[in-house]
Design a protein around this ligand. Structure first.
Ligand SMILES: Cc1cc2nc3c(=O)[nH]c(=O)nc-3n(C[C@H](O)[C@H](O)[C@H](O)COP(=O)(O)OP(=O)(O)OC[C@H]3O[C@@H](n4cnc5c(N)ncnc54)[C@H](O)[C@@H]3O)c2cc1C
Length: 451
């Protein structure tokens, strides 16, 4: 970096902070990222498992074609070739009793691709499939018409009001809601779910396709972003926490860091999660109200290595099971499946399970797999890793949504980023990147105003 005092200091090197930095760097501004941990990526990172010598994610992440801000980021840092967009939405489902089915949206114009996909869902009766169209009609109505009337509702309350049967909920809507909102559909916000469905199923056909990372998260995002930022007028310092902000009047002057150095900048972006904010902001800062009200929702990731291949698909959703998604890591990452197979299993909204012993969780997971993949009965699990992210996201309840803070704060030159801020989107990669770009735009406008 050329200037000793950067234009912007970004506190936190998760995806929101790194996106802030990439956006600012792309505008020609100088930026300095300070990250508490030795690894970048926050809640989306990889590490090397010494025993298998493989790169493992802290949890399998799935993205979608409608992640437009994330796709901008991937293009900007030169990583877009490391994630594959499905040509058309295709989800394989497995049910222990009803067997295999899939949601396949054929290459028809929007919304006929979705209509055809929904009507082909074999685990639902024809009357139930027709009821799905009621939700399809509802998402075509404008946010101004719909959102005020469902603001206080949970996903299940909204789906009930649209006459959805128990089977429709269990065999389709719940798996989408739990995966996108990381919580039980009886608890999480209907407004956020409505926005997820609109983002995925309106607009271009590719919006509803899955975007699947072919490499670990750190190779996809964290390291390429660091290299991009450092190739511009930026710097990234790991292992350095910001302990406090030093203010002067209505501005932040500097940050006091864990290495004992005070660092100054013209503007600052806090990109720390809601639970890490209290050490940085005064209690009377409006954003603290949201942070104090938020609770955490956990995600469990169970990685299993089998001594022989047990599944053929890239990934499947399990119905009526504890595990919701199974990813064929060996296939997705292009490893040879001849000797064995590594599967990454996900349980979102996992607070009730997260304190169980790893051995119990592995047993639960293997039993779920055995019920739908007969080859699990004869294959042997040769290694397992259970990863528990207790604070994977904030719990996205309807009462929390109106409290999510904007990126501006009461300090003129301090801006907020993070998946928990008011992006209008769930706490996801896309939400994090959106928030980072919003904060970068706000910081850049502040600098240009010459205040
Ligand atoms: C297991 C798991 C699975 C997930 N699956 C999906 C998925 O499939 N699809 C999807 O879109 N999203 C998924 N998510 C959500 C997604 O990972 C998060 O929404 C996103 O990574 C949050 O980014 P962030 O920058 O807002 O926060 P964080 O990633 O939490 O980043 C904040 C950073 O700030 C740092 N920090 C904190 N305090 C300080 C300080 N005082 N000084 C300096 N640094 C500090 C932290 O160390 C951290 O690196 C998943 C999350 C988890 C945990």
């Amino acid at each position: 970096m050329n200037s000793p005092i950067p234009d912007v200091i970004v506190i936190g090197g998760g995806l929101s902070g790194l996106s802030t930095a990439a956006d600012l760097a792309s505008r020609g501004l100088s930026v300095f990222v300070l990250e508490r941990h030795q690894h970048l990526g926050g809640r989306a990172y990889s590490f090397i498992d010494e025993s298998m010598g493989e790169e493992i994610d802290n949890g399998q992440h799935l993205m979608m074609g409608c992640y437009h801000e994330t796709r901008w980021l991937l293009r900007t840092i030169g990583s877009d070739h490391l994630a594959t967009l499905q040509p058309n939405l295709h989800i394989d489902f497995r049910h222990p009793e009803f067997g295999a089915t899939s949601l396949h949206c054929p290459p028809l114009p929007v919304p006929f691709h979705l209509l055809a996909g929904l009507l082909s869902l074999k685990t639902l009766s024809l009357p139930d499939r027709l009821k799905l169209l009621r939700v399809g009609l509802e998402i075509h109505k404008s946010p101004e018409t719909i959102e005020p009337s469902i603001a206080a509702l949970t996903v299940h309350q909204w789906l009930d009001s649209l006459g959805q049967s128990e089977a429709n909920k269990k065999h389709l809507w719940d798996i989408i809601a739990v995966g996108s909102l990381n919580g039980a559909p009886k608890d999480v916000s209907a407004v956020l779910f409505y926005r997820v469905l609109r983002a995925a199923f309106l607009g271009g056909r590719e919006n509803s396709s899955f975007l699947i990372p072919r490499v670990g998260l750190s190779r996809l995002f964290d390291e390429p972003i660091r290299r991009y930022v450092e190739s511009k007028r930026g710097d990234v310092l790991r292992g350095c926490a910001v302990d406090t902000l030093i203010s002067e009047g209505s501005r932040v002057k500097a940050v006091r860091c864990s290495d004992g150095v005070n660092r100054e900048a013209a503007a600052f972006v806090s990109a720390v999660p809601w639970y890490a904010l209290s050490s940085l902001l005064p209690p009377n800062e409006p954003a603290m109200r949201a942070a104090d009200h938020m609770t955490a929702s956990g995600i469990l990731s169970i990685n299993l290595w089998f001594d022989a291949p047990v599944m053929d698909e890239d990934f499947v959703a399990l119905l009526d099971s504890t595990v919701q998604w199974v990813f064929n890591r060996s296939k997705i990452q292009g490893a040879s499946a001849s000797s064995g197979q590594c599967l990454a299993l996900t349980v979102s909204g996992a607070n009730r399970l997260i304190d169980k012993e790893a051995s119990e969780l592995v047993a639960l997971a293997v039993e779920d797999l055995r019920r739908v993949f007969p080859r699990v009965g004869t294959a042997r699990v040769v290694r397992s890793i259970v990863l528990k992210e207790k604070r994977a996201t904030f719990s996205q309840r309807p009462d929390v949504e109106p409290l999510r803070p904007p990126c501006i704060t009461s300090m003129e030159n301090l801006f907020l980023a993070g998946d928990w801020t008011n992006t209008g989107y769930p706490a996801t990669i896309e939400g994090a990147v959106m928030s980072g770009r919003k904060a970068a735009a706000a910081a850049s406008a502040f600098l240009q105003s010459g205040k």
